[in-house]
Ligand binder design. Structure first.
Ligand code: DX5
Ligand code: ZN
Length: 215
């Protein structure tokens, strides 16, 4: 499986998300868009209308760090999201029900767990259903945190169970931790600060992409 690189635009220079996306669009596989509601996590970030005005033609991975994701998914689907990832831990009537609604809205479905959530506690039917498993390698809420290596056991577990599923990792990903994640079985890397705090975005993305060649 080839590695896909998705820059997170949570913390970009001058908070200019559009400019940040334009500057990486030619050499990335999509954009990771972090949505926080101030409830599931303390910060509040982008809204559906913030996303809508971007009118992105790139693949978009909307990471919903929100309680009640059912209140958001229709808006993001109409605004053009390709993949919507919800949290297993989020307040919602039924996790499977939310995933099914995302699929019915025409989007790919993602299921994410926080670092302290045991992968085995998530019912198999949820992992079976989700197109993408997103393993958080930092506590959700903020960019720029350090990678939690222990979560790689969850990646190994899921890769063992699902040889062909997309497995993504989010938080503290750089060339070194990206390589560890790919070795463990990830085929999608989300990375924010490492890319947008670097001098050369293309070089940073290439260094993440080379994680697969080192396998
Ligand atoms: C954390 C977000 C991440 C984060 C990644 O809550 O979900 O997507 O912005 O940023 P870095 O790569 O800086 O950890
Ligand atoms: Zn994220």
């Amino acid at each position: 499986m080839s590695i896909r690189i998705l820059p997170s635009v949570l913390n970009v220079p001058d908070n200019n998300v559009k400019a940040a996306i334009d500057s990486v669009a030619d050499f990335v596989d999509g954009i990771h868009y972090d949505v926080m509601d101030g409830r599931f996590v303390p910060p509040t970030t982008f809204s559906i209308s913030d996303f809508e005005v971007l009118k992105l033609s790139l693949f978009t991975d909307v990471h919903l760090m929100v309680d009640d994701p059912e209140d958001w998914i229709e808006g993001f689907a109409s605004a053009g999201a390709d993949l919507q990832t919800i949290h297993y831990e989020a307040k919602q009537k039924s996790v499977l029900g939310t995933l099914e609604r995302i699929k019915n809205l025409g989007c790919l479905t993602g299921l994410s767990i926080k670092p302290k959530t045991f992968v085995e506690t998530v019912p198999d039917d949820l992992w079976d259903y989700a197109d993408v498993a997103l393993i958080m390698s930092v506590e959700p809420g903020w960019g720029g945190q350090s990678f939690i290596e222990e979560v790689l056991d969850k990646v190994r577990y899921l890769r063992g169970k699902y040889p062909h599923k997309d497995i993504s990792i989010d938080g503290g990903i750089n060339a070194e931790t990206g390589k560890m994640a790919c070795h463990a079985g990830c085929n999608m890397l989300v990375s924010g600060s490492y890319i947008f705090r670097s001098e050369d975005y293309r070089k940073a993305v290439e260094s993440l992409r080379s994680c697969e060649h080192d396998l």
